[in-house]
Design a protein around this ligand. Structure first.
Ligand code: HEM
Length: 179
């Protein structure tokens, strides 16, 4: 058993994560999914026009109406995600029995439908490679000495992100190489 663990440790430390390992890294996938939910980088999607007069759930949209989807609203709806919707909680993407990563159809950072993001697959793979490799190589620490707080994770505290793209404010962290 010890030899097994030692082998896995040496093997994992020496070889950076690759896309082949993605399906097996359940917790990492859950952290990325929760980060996508909390960040909702493109908060209102891209504007579209209604091509013909349309009734949706009792609302009338005349031809030519400009519509935008509030992905932020969907990603922060307590009826979908539960009362802890404001928390960063990767567990919500893990099966409570098996601990396996469990995708959720309500997570739609790349939107849905015919015009969903063309770069979805590329972006998802880049996220995985960047994040997995940063975690593999570095330990992340808050800068305690400067007394600077990390940005709040709570959407309700987020008063500067009103534009097309959401992004975090500038902040400092320490990255220490992992041995
Ligand atoms: C964090 C990464 C990204 C996010 C969250 C994101 C999200 C989105 C969203 C929400 C839309 C609007 C979809 C709609 O209107 O229904 C969109 C459109 C689009 N995205 Fe992305 N995107 C990302 C990265 C990328 C990358 C890396 C590329 C290209 C390499 C890309 C190319 C496009 C294109 C071409 C469209 C327009 C698609 C169309 O109108 O048919 N995106 N994206």
């Amino acid at each position: 058993m010890f030899i097994n663990h030692l082998f896995v440790y040496i093997f994992c430390r020496n070889f950076p994560p690759t896309l082949e390992q993605k399906p097996r890294l359940d917790y990492l996938n859950a952290v990325i999914a929760e980060s996508m939910r909390k960040s909702t980088v493109v908060s209102s999607g891209v504007p579209h026009f209604v091509e013909e007069d349309l009734m949706v759930m009792g609302y009338f949209f005349p031809k030519g109406t400009n519509v935008m989807a509030s992905l932020t609203t969907i990603h922060n709806d307590p009826e979908i995600w539960g009362p802890d919707v404001e928390d960063f909680n990767p567990q919500r993407f893990l099966d409570s029995g098996t601990g396996k990563f469990q995708a959720n159809d309500n997570l739609i950072p790349f939107s849905v439908g015919k015009r969903f993001c063309l770069g979805k697959n590329l972006a998802e793979q880049e996220f995985f490679l960047f994040f997995a490799n940063l975690m593999h190589q570095f330990q992340f620490e808050a800068v305690v000495e400067s007394q600077k707080e990390l940005p709040s994770i709570k959407f309700s505290d987020d008063d500067f992100n009103t534009a097309f793209l959401r992004y975090p404010p500038q902040y400092e962290v320490i990255l220490r190489p992992r041995l």
